[in-house]
Design a protein around this ligand. Sequence first.
Ligand code: GLY
Length: 386
Amino acid sequence: MTIQAAERPSENSPENKSVTIKVGLDNRGYDIVIGSGLIDNAADHIVPFLPRPKTAIITDENVARHHLKTLTDSLEAVGIDVASIILPPGETTKSFASLETVCDQLLDADIERNDVVIAFGGGVIGDLAGFAASVLRRGTRFIQIPTSLLAQVDSSVGGKTGINSQLGKNLIGAFHQPVLVLADIDVLNTLPDREFRAGYAEVVKYGLIDNPGFFNWLDQNHNTLFGGEPDARRHTVETSCRAKAKIVEEDEFEHGRRALLNLGHTFGHALEAATGYSQRLIHGEGVAIGMVMAFDLSHRLGFCPAQDLEAVEAHLKSVGLPTRASQIEGDLPGAEEFFKLMSQDKKANAGVLTFILTRGIGKAFITSDVAKDALMSFLQEQLPPQ
Ligand code: GLY
């Protein structure tokens, strides 16, 4: 069986407005392609990676309903045999049970070590499918086709894959880089508002880490972006992916600077664990609250001016994101219990927590030097007894 040549996009195709960012990681480097109409023309991008006309797509029920046919049609039109593995949506799918299901179904579909599988979905699917690829037959290659804003700007890039443990989020996993990322901004049109908004927290994160100009641009242009304007969306995904690619190139395995990408995440992951990874709080909402907590703690420790904390909180509020733990419905644990949840963080070293703090917008830094009593009194204020 041979793979037929796919029809190239026409000169006027919106795909011609696509942007390619290179992630330079020697023999693990890859392209991130960002643009419109990429899923319609997916075969053009994917076929060069396939050693034979066969692949498997791992996705969830929501993405399958909206977009799976478009992707499979593109691949089948050039003679590719496609197996589809469709999982329930939601964070609870990032489990050992789902990992087993995915691996068994990939093996059942005769996916071999040299084949390439496709993660087609948001952060949950990307992390789970990437981890399954990393262990299947001791390692198969995979392509990320992220369908949420969060996955397009963060989780599909950089090779972090994994599942959650009962003891915390993303605690079981592997670094396994994709061979290609295809970020089709058209799919963002079918994303529920809450998911888009949650992904936006990860976009704001790049401005807060080291790009105050981007934060200002977002402050001025968020209405256009939320309104669906393609150039604003492309610019947002591109700026985020460039920032992420640069940090990943410098520190692929997170021995240092990559930890900056976890701004707001130590608090956010603990909030997600405290709410049982449920719809009470989705990941990006936890990150939004966590970033405000990181700015607030930095302010109290004397690092960050009050006006920067206020500007960040006002911006996140203006797009409808939660900014304080008190906005989460239902009970939350007290400070001691919350500290235990934070202590499961992967960045902990010899039992000492690592914090991403800030000297202001665009001035994040990494430190382990936060006194426990200062942290505990901060947590007691943030998580008052219910
Ligand atoms: N999402 C954080 C990282 O990829 O390092």
